[in-house]
Design a protein around this ligand. Sequence first.
Ligand code: FES
Ligand SMILES: [Fe+2]
Length: 341
Amino acid sequence: MTSNVQLFNQVQRNNIFNNPDCFIEGWYWAIPSKQLKIGQVKAITLMGRDLAIFRGQDNNVVAVDAYCPHMGAHLAEGKVEGSGLRCFFHNWKFATDGTCVEVPCLGEALPVKINTWITIEKYGMVWVWTGKAKPSPLPFVPELENSECDSALAKRFTKNCHPNVVMVNAIDAHHFNTVHNFPVKIVFDKQEKQNAITFNNTTRGGEDSLFLKLIRPFYKDAVTYNMCYWYGSTGTVTVGPDFLHFHIMFTLRLLEGGKTEGQTILITKKRTGILGWVFNRIVLLLTNIVGNYFAKGDTKIFQTIKFDLKTPTKADNSIIQFIHHAEKQKALLWGTWEELY
Ligand code: FES
Ligand SMILES: [Fe+2]
């Protein structure tokens, strides 16, 4: 077993990017909202930490540390009562803020508390904030920052490498030509804000290709290809002609041993009325096709890669900027969620 101190030193040496022992403090998806009905409690393991997550009769979702402060029973074996949770083993009851409100055999409560974690529901998902302090924003598509969204959950997937490595694929400028046969030279303009870093394509290059000639009428400036990364592990892609942008969110979690579990979320601006609803179903369907196109092609690389950017070229610039951004974030230890620095 590696001790926490050893792990700490190891983490300091390896830093944050592509490090299987830590992750960036942030929002991570826990469970699709539909899979947690009123009165249900489920066991979840998120970034190595065991949680019980439940939906009270008031429809609020609460995430708590899994093990009962009495004797360690998993609280997901218990049952939801009102807006709180009762442990199966000796029936202690806990309120939404984690305080013990009933110990039946004593006829009164005890001054113990379970840790609770902040949750939010959006894009059809329950998200958990992994930090103890006030949360930063939930990942969003920059273009839709002030719009209401319509969304659909698409593919769930796993990859044999670290989420950070999967993420940088979308800004690996050179591989668009070599892997995806995309005849456009991509040059990114980077911007950093809070916990996010964005990369927007600025080039108009590749004008001699037939493909570019065909799509040119649909773009005023550069061909739209915008990425926004949150907490090093959720990325939103915006692509499409000027009159219709497609938005895809790839949101990843770090599994044991530096592997990835991800969820694809299709997002579009909310449109009103029945027609708006129908139009959005079609847009989301098309978004899924675009998303699959992006996800295809790199699969075998993620199976076997041992990421090590030993010989960077100019085309790897954005990847290096992403790594620097990740290194500036607040990191937590995988499993304990203890702060690193
Ligand atoms: S272990 Fe939960 S009430 Fe005893
Ligand atoms: Fe790719």
